[in-house]
Every structure is written in structure tokens, then in C-alpha cells.
Design a protein around this ligand. Structure first.
Ligand SMILES: Cc1cc2nc3c(=O)[nH]c(=O)nc-3n(C[C@H](O)[C@H](O)[C@H](O)COP(=O)(O)OP(=O)(O)OC[C@H]3O[C@@H](n4cnc5c(N)ncnc54)[C@H](O)[C@@H]3O)c2cc1C
Length: 318
């Protein structure tokens, strides 16, 4: 984004090796997501001025909160072996996959027509809480999403199994998104700082113990084929947390890196999503969330976009 003084005027981009520049008649709307939007702002000179200058970027506006306050839901799956058949028995072999594929193609039904999370809920990890603090997920399928540090296609375990998982609804830990050079093609550094806040660690333990209690109910003990893969009942709090740190992962709900707030000294956009301190620049994506929502972020992002569309029209008519 190029500026004339403090007014955003044009956007430069390249496509198929060709460079383009488009000028904005009214305003520029940035909607590159919780990683892309702060990255583009920083590359354009809107960010922590001292840091940007240190990597050779001319500062247009000192906005130290760009890229800060990154929030996400950090979750973990616990895998259980089951006496009853689960979707592992369908997707773990070619005949099963082909049958499921045919059922979907011919009837639009069967396991391929379903969400992977077939049961879930917002629950209290302790009855004394006044509102739910935990989102739980249950998949009648068990799989490892990460393998030796690299993402690979999900492959069901070779036993009948299911997954119970959770994430905290309102994590307090905050991370950062920060460019490391002035080259637009270089990925920014993303530091989520999961479990940095003590309350998040306490909640993680409460939620893991909730899963442990759920697994001790007759309904679930009745279908367990074996010891749980992660025996929570035999693990002390340190071991539960260490496991969460090692195996936990993003629920892909990144937000807050250009957060909304009334005060330019602690936020990036105002209540009409306009970037504080510059003109003609609005942000319309999950980066503008003032704080993370208590559940999934897609619908809230769409809601924000609907509100933004109204504001853009209103302001354009003034
Ligand atoms: C794997 C995965 C699973 C998810 N599952 C769920 C779910 O089940 N339920 C739910 O509610 N939410 C889910 N989410 C979260 C949800 O998708 C996001 O919260 C939502 O899409 C955020 O919208 P956004 O507009 O902020 O960003 P995005 O949807 O990420 O849109 C940003 C767009 O900007 C583009 N962009 C970025 N940088 C640049 C650049 N430099 N130049 C040009 N274009 C750029 C990107 O390609 C992208 O198209 C999931 C996310 C992921 C990644």
C-alpha cells in the first residue's frame, strides 16, 4: 500500500511475474486475514516505526500494535481405541473408501457427507463456573494430523478408534505476527505464545480433567477396547501440560493482530474498522477482532464483513 502523506492511495501487487499498481478512488480495504493484514501493513510502513526502520522500511505511521495481540484457540485430541467399529474401519481400507465414495456420489449421504466433528459442545469444566469455558469435539475417527514436524494427509489409525478433544473458549495468551524483512514474498514470523498466560495453563488442566471424567462414565468405559492412548488418569498435572505443549496445535482461529479499540495507543482500527492515524484505509477480517470469540471464528468474521459492508456504503455516501 502506498501513501501520500498519511492517506492510503494505491496498492501494488504482482501476478504471474507481472507488476501492477491500482489507485483507490475512495478507500483501500485490507482483508488478508490475521497473518496477511498485519504483514501488508508492516511492509507498507504502518507498524512499530523503530523496528520497521531497522529492517529498511520507511515508516509511514508508528503503530506498534500492528501484529501484536495474536490470539488463537489451541487444542488437543485424545485418541481412544473402541470396541465398536468407527469410521477408521471405513476409511482405513480401499474397499471402505470406495463404498463411502460411491454412497456420496450416488446418494449424497454416508460418512463423506458429514463434518469430521460429529459431536461437540460448549461446556463448563467445573460446575461452579457461571459460563462454559471449554469447547469439546468428538470425532468417530482417529488420526494424527502431524508427523515428524511436517503436515501430511490425515490417515486413520489402523484400529477402531475415536477422538475427544478440547480447546479453551477464552484464551488469554497473546502472540505476534512480524515481518522479518522488507521482501513481500518472505513469510512473516508467527509466534503464538500458546499457554503463556497462567490462566490458560490452569484452564488446560481443568479441561483435560473434564475429558478424564467423561471417559470414566459408564457410557464411554463400556466401549473402550483398551487403555486410552494418553492415560490422563495416570498423569500428574505437569505431565498433562507437557503433553498438551508437545501434541497440541492450532484450531486455525487466528485473530486480533490489528485489533479494534477506541484508543490508538492500544489498538489498530477504530469501531468503523478504519486504521487509526492514517486515512483511506480500512481492515475487514479476523485481524480486527478486539479479542478472540468464545467459539469458531468463521461466522464472526462473516458478521464483521456484513457490518463492514454497511459502514463502507454509509461512509462512501457522506
Ligand atoms: C484449516 C482451517 C480450518 C478451519 N475450520 C473452521 C471451522 O470449522 N469453523 C470456523 O468457524 N472457522 C474455521 N476456520 C477459521 C476460518 O476459516 C477463519 O477464521 C476465517 O476464514 C477468517 O477470515 P479472514 O477473512 O480473516 O481470513 P481468510 O479467510 O484467511 O482470508 C484472507 C485472504 O487473504 C488472502 N491473502 C493473504 N495475504 C495476501 C497477500 N499478500 N496478497 C493477496 N492475498 C492475500 C488469503 O489468500 C485469503 O484468501 C478454519 C481455518 C482453517 C485455516
Amino acid at each position: 500500500i502506498s501513501f501520500e502523506g498519511k492517506r492510503a492511495r494505491s496498492v501494488s501487487y504482482s501476478r504471474s511475474g507481472q507488476d501492477f499498481k491500482v489507485s483507490a478512488g475512495a478507500e483501500i480495504i485490507l482483508a488478508a486475514g490475521a497473518v496477511g493484514s498485519p504483514q501488508i501493513l508492516q511492509l507498507s510502513g504502518v507498524g512499530d516505526a523503530r523496528y520497521l526502520q531497522s529492517i529498511g522500511i520507511r515508516s509511514v505511521h508508528n503503530a506498534p500494535h500492528v501484529g501484536r495481540h495474536l490470539q488463537d484457540h489451541y487444542g488437543i485430541n485424545y485418541i481412544f481405541k473402541s470396541k465398536q467399529k468407527t469410521l477408521n474401519d471405513v476409511f482405513g481400507n480401499w474397499p471402505g473408501r470406495m463404498m463411502a465414495g460411491m454412497e456420496y456420489v450416488l446418494r449424497r449421504s454416508g460418512p463423506l457427507s458429514l463434518s469430521v466433528n460429529q459431536l461437540g459442545g460448549l461446556v463448563k469444566s467445573s460446575a461452579s463456573l457461571d459460563r462454559p469455558d471449554t469447547q469439546i469435539y468428538m470425532n468417530p475417527l482417529s488420526y494424527q494430523t502431524f508427523h515428524k514436524g511436517r503436515r501430511k494427509l490425515m490417515k486413520p489409525d489402523n484400529f477402531s478408534g475415536f477422538v475427544l478433544g478440547f480447546n479453551s473458549c477464552r484464551p488469554k495468551s497473546e502472540g505476534t505476527v512480524s515481518i522479518t524483512s522488507s521482501r513481500p514474498g518472505e513469510a512473516p514470523s508467527i509466534r503464538p505464545n500458546y499457554l503463556d498466560h497462567e490462566d490458560d495453563r490452569d484452564e488446560a488442566l481443568a479441561m483435560a480433567r473434564l475429558i478424564e471424567r467423561l471417559m470414566a462414565t459408564p457410557a464411554l468405559t463400556g466401549i473402550l477396547a483398551d487403555e486410552p492412548v494418553t492415560p490422563l488418569d495416570k498423569m500428574d498435572d505437569d505431565a498433562v501440560l507437557a503433553d498438551f505443549r508437545q501434541r497440541g496445535g492450532t484450531v486455525f482461529h487466528l485473530c486480533g493482530t490489528c485489533r479494534m479499540g477506541p484508543d490508538a495507543a492500544s489498538s489498530v482500527v477504530d469501531s468503523r474498522l478504519r486504521v487509526h492515524g492514517v486515512e483511506g484505509l480500512r481492515i475487514c477480517d479476523a485481524s480486527a477482532f478486539p479479542n478472540i470469540t468464545s467459539a469458531n471464528t468463521n461466522a464472526p468474521t462473516m458478521m464483521l464483513a456484513h457490518r463492514a459492508a454497511g459502514m463502507i456504503l454509509q461512509d462512501g455516501q457522506r
